[in-house]
Design a protein around this ligand. Structure first.
Ligand SMILES: C[S@@+](CC[C@H](N)C(=O)[O-])C[C@H]1O[C@@H](n2cnc3c(N)ncnc32)[C@H](O)[C@@H]1O
Length: 646
């Protein structure tokens, strides 16, 4: 079992240097969680190696009150896990397509090489696991009733439906009736065989397949002579339904032989029935007594009810009482028992496993599994720790595989944001290299280029909160607007918005976004320094109308408040003025962040008596708060002698 596990690359990393980049290639070694290290209570004995009665008892205890005490939850062995099952050697063609997706077109040779290397980073085959499962084959019409009756005994694995279908489980009603009706066919075994052959399109003598037309004609003749009038669905029967046709085609195309099928995109599991009819017949005989001997198999449309994994290797006698009772009841009623215990193989592929399961198997033991990341449109933005950097491409590939198709690109932040435009230094680790994406927030669409402009989806709630305080009569000045998440959302509510940003790219996107959202008539856009913008706005005839000012540049916005000193000094004190409400954002690492931020505001305004409402927005780093302070611009500040020379 151990050798089935994918890589723990700790001791086996080779770094190949290509012309201008280093590629980390990971070689697989057995997973470092051998079963021998598990507490013996968790190692369920192979059922076949124990007396059957004893097995059932010990397994029952396991599920009820006496759950084993496990210090490490990873060691709990119930449910699907990469630490369980067997790794089949399966043909490449049957592997999920998504694990080997090749880009449709490539721009440059270098990019081509990178992508190939990216594709080869993970060998999806190592993540296939085959599990032995027992199932009840039940009549299709009864499957839902039986499912709810036996619920506690069915397979309860994430994303695996416990009512399963396999090829050939659909039989036309009329044919089923004919096949199972003892008064018509029971005595005539040959007739049954013959009919069966025709049902599957075989001619009488040579076993050759008939063409669909011949097959239909032959059936028509047969049923004509035997009461065609009763056969209402002949037309439908002669044209197999689309779903069945597709299934049959898949079966034909498969390389794995009968019963196996080629996986379609998005499929992450395959169920196959393992034939053991004789053995099962013997089992039923043991359970139901000698009467069972000689009974015929029930034929008709069926479904499989997947049984709890603890029933996997047992015989009928070992099944939980509820299942045995259902089987007994059913056998008592007719000569043909309709419930049948079958053995199955359930294969789970790379696409089945969760991101953290794959990463846990791939990364060195004890390493924190990166799980939190931010999404901006089609881009996942990681913030990897130093210890993750040697595995950054591998981590990114798993993140991409697990979030496709919504996510197309995975990037990592290289440096702290420390430039004027607050843009991030990003490294594309996986997927396509386009950093231009579209984000939908509060029902608005924003195009952004993460390489050139600032965007932070985490502020969506805060932006919404701020907007809730705006009304239809407001006129808003957004001093540091970026691509316009506040300005545009405000424009939907308020009378007018004046939006400004120093970054010309941000302004370009803001203009584009306002057109995209049909808000261009409500927003006027400026591209200048924040202080100059404040000055220009309040020096103009717009000054009187402005009711709200938003200053979202948390690093330094408080210091820009000095621009408000003396902003109305040229106006007469007697003029009617509604002074604007200012919302300014800032960071603080102080013990009392509110007090600290309030102090900064007072200093910038050179005014002590400022009545400020301060709120904590979010913790951006341990001990570092982002805050929002809101206050009405004091008259004493607006009409003060200006300290700035603009
Ligand atoms: C933290 S971002 C906020 C953007 C936007 N409010 C948002 O929520 O996405 C700050 C913005 O201020 C802009 N900026 C930085 N310095 C500036 C300045 N001196 N004057 C005007 N804008 C500036 C940056 O380009 C950036 O877009």
């Amino acid at each position: 079992m151990g050798s089935d596990f994918p890589a723990k690359p700790k001791s086996t990393i080779l770094v190949h240097s290509t012309s201008n980049m280093a590629v980390t290639k990971l070689f697989l070694r057995p997973h470092s969680l051998p079963l021998s290290t598990l507490p013996s209570i968790l190692l369920l004995p192979k059922i076949s190696s124990l007396p059957k009665k004893l097995t059932i008892l010990s397994l029952c205890n396991f599920t009820t009150t006496t759950q084993p005490q496990i210090s490490d939850p990873n060691l709990f062995l119930y449910g699907p896990s990469l630490h369980k099952g067997t790794n089949p050697t399966i043909p490449q063609s049957q592997l999920p397509i998504t694990a080997f997706t090749k880009p449709s077109h490539r721009l440059q040779l270098q990019e081509e090489n990178e992508e190939e290397e990216e594709d080869n980073l993970i060998n999806a085959k190592n993540f296939s696991r085959v599990f032995d499962i027992a199932a009840l084959r039940v009549p299709a019409k009864d499957c839902f009733a039986l499912e709810s009756r036996l619920r506690g005994h069915l397979l309860n694995w994430p994303r695996i439906h416990n009512i399963a279908r396999v090829a050939g489980d659909e039989v036309e009603e009329e044919l089923a009736e004919l096949l199972t009706n003892p008064s018509r066919e029971a005595d005539d075994e040959n007739a049954l065989v013959s009919l069966n052959r025709r049902m599957y399109g075989k001619s009488e003598g040579d076993g050759e397949c008939l063409s669909p037309v011949l097959y239909r004609e032959k059936l028509a003749k047969t049923f004509d002579s035997r009461g065609y009038v009763k056969f209402r669905n002949l037309a439908k029967m002669s044209r197999p339904n689309q779903r069945k046709k597709r299934r049959d085609e898949e079966d034909e195309g498969s390389e794995g032989g009968e019963g196996k099928k080629r996986l379609r995109k998005g499929e992450f599991s395959v169920l196959e029935v393992v034939d053991d009819e004789e053995e099962e017949g013997e089992d039923l005989k043991g359970l139901l007594g000698d009467e069972f001997e000689g009974r015929k198999k029930w034929r008709g449309s069926t479904r499989l009810l997947l049984l709890d994994e603890r029933c996997a290797n047992g015989s009928v006698e070992d099944l939980p009482e509820a299942i045995k009772v259902a089987m007994k009841e059913n056998t008592g009623k007719s000569m043909c028992p309709t419930l049948e215990l079958v053995r199955c193989k359930l294969t789970l592929f790379y696409d089945y496993w969760q991101m953290n399961e794959i990463l846990e198997a791939l990364l060195p033991e004890g390493m924190i599994i990166p799980s939190a990341f931010e999404t901006v449109g089609h881009i996942v933005h990681l913030n990897l720790r130093d210890e993750h950097l040697p595995y950054k491409k591998l981590i990114a590939k798993v993140v991409l595989d697990k979030h496709k198709p919504k996510i197309q690109t995975v990037v990592n932040k290289i440096d702290a944001i420390d430039n004027d435009y607050r843009t991030m230094q990003l490294e594309v680790l996986s997927g396509n290299h386009s950093l231009v994406t579209t984000v939908v927030e509060n029902g608005l669409r924003f195009q952004v280029d993460l390489a050139k402009v600032y965007w932070n989806s985490r502020l969506a709630t805060e932006r919404q909160r701020l907007l809730n305080s705006f009304t239809r009569s407001d006129v808003v000045c957004d001093v540091f607007s970026g691509v316009g998440p506040i300005a545009m959302s405000a424009a939907r509510i308020v009378k007018r918005v004046y939006a400004n940003d120093l970054n010309p790219h941000a302004i370009e996107y803001l203009e584009r976004n306002s057109v995209l959202n049909k808000l261009e008539r409500k927003i006027k856009v400026f591209n200048m320094d924040g202080r100059r913008f404040i000055n220009a706005m309040f020096a103009s005839d717009k000054a009187k109308s402005i009711t709200q000012v938003v200053m979202n540049l948390p690093n330094d916005a408080a210091e820009y408040l000095d621009a408000f000193r003396g902003i109305l000094v040229d106006r007469s004190m007697d003029e009617e003025f509604t002074l604007p409400k200012i919302h300014v954002y800032g960071f603080s690492k102080a013990q009392d962040p509110e007090f600290d931020f309030h102090q900064r505001i007072r200093i910038a305004l050179s005014e002590v008596a400022v009545d400020v409402e301060t709120r904590r927005v979010r913790l951006v780093a341990p001990g570092k708060w982002m805050l929002c302070a809101s206050f009405i611009l004091p008259k004493s500040v607006a009409f003060a002698k200006p300290t700035l020379n603009m």
